[in-house]
Design a binder for this molecule. Structure first.
Ligand SMILES: Nc1ncnc2c1ncn2[C@@H]1O[C@H](COP(=O)(O)OP(=O)(O)OP(=O)(O)O)[C@@H](O)[C@H]1O
Ligand SMILES: O=C(O)[C@H](O)[C@@H](O)[C@H](O)[C@H](O)CO
Length: 179
């Protein structure tokens, strides 16, 4: 007998993590990408346990044990979406952090907003009203592990304008989602 075709199966959701160090533009570009693609946007900063926010605001870098529970929450949000897609801003600095997310949502696309110390530093110095002190940038860069070739990756250079980055991000995500 022929295997029945499941006509109720829809296209899988497009799950995107906008990753990178502090000041790379995750919140800014992530919100715009989500809006352009018609997906909900979640800022990973709002998913941190409060203790993590207090720690960063005090100028103390998070360690692995601070980040594990937060990454589980991020992964759950991706995996449980009922929308056609979802975009979450989350630093996801180490490969092992991305593995936690992938364990929950294996098809996640990681969009890395990549930039030099100089560009990142000037973006952070120009930002006001944010809990994250620019002094933590060095530890963020020291922790960052670039995406591997085997990861579902899109990498863009943040030195371009916001309009240009939005176009590059959407094009890259659409390509990755079609792979
Ligand atoms: N392409 C760009 N050109 C100029 N300014 C930018 C660009 N992208 C982001 N910015 C500005 O840089 C600053 C940092 O961006 P944003 O807050 O989105 O970074 P972030 O990665 O979410 O940081 P954090 O992880 O600390 O929350 C903001 O003031 C934002 O307006
Ligand atoms: O992993 C981390 O150290 C944190 O996620 C930070 O990256 C902050 O959340 C963010 O950069 C500040 O907004």
């Amino acid at each position: 007998m022929d295997t029945p075709v499941d006509t109720t199966a829809g296209t899988p959701a497009t799950r995107v993590i906008v990753m990178g160090v502090s000041g790379s533009g995750k919140s800014t570009i992530g919100a715009l990408v989500a809006d352009a693609m018609g997906f909900p946007f979640l800022d990973g900063d709002s998913l941190h346990p409060l203790a993590n926010i207090h720690k960063m605001a005090a100028g103390i870098p998070l360690d692995d044990s601070d980040r594990w529970p937060w990454l589980e929450i991020v992964g759950d949000e991706l995996a449980n979406t009922k929308a056609a897609g979802i975009v979450i801003a989350c630093s996801a600095l180490k490969r092992s952090y991305r593995d936690v997310i992938r364990a929950k949502a294996p098809d996640t696309i990681f969009l890395h907003l990549d930039g030099s110390l100089e560009v990142l530093g000037s973006r952070l110095e120009g930002r006001s009203g944010h809990f994250m002190p620019p002094a933590l940038l060095a530890s963020q860069l020291a922790t960052l592990e670039p995406l591997g070739k085997d990861e579902n990756a899109v990498v863009i250079d943040i030195s371009a304008s916001i309009t240009e980055l939005l176009a590059q991000a959407v094009a890259g995500i659409e390509l990755a989602a079609a792979r």
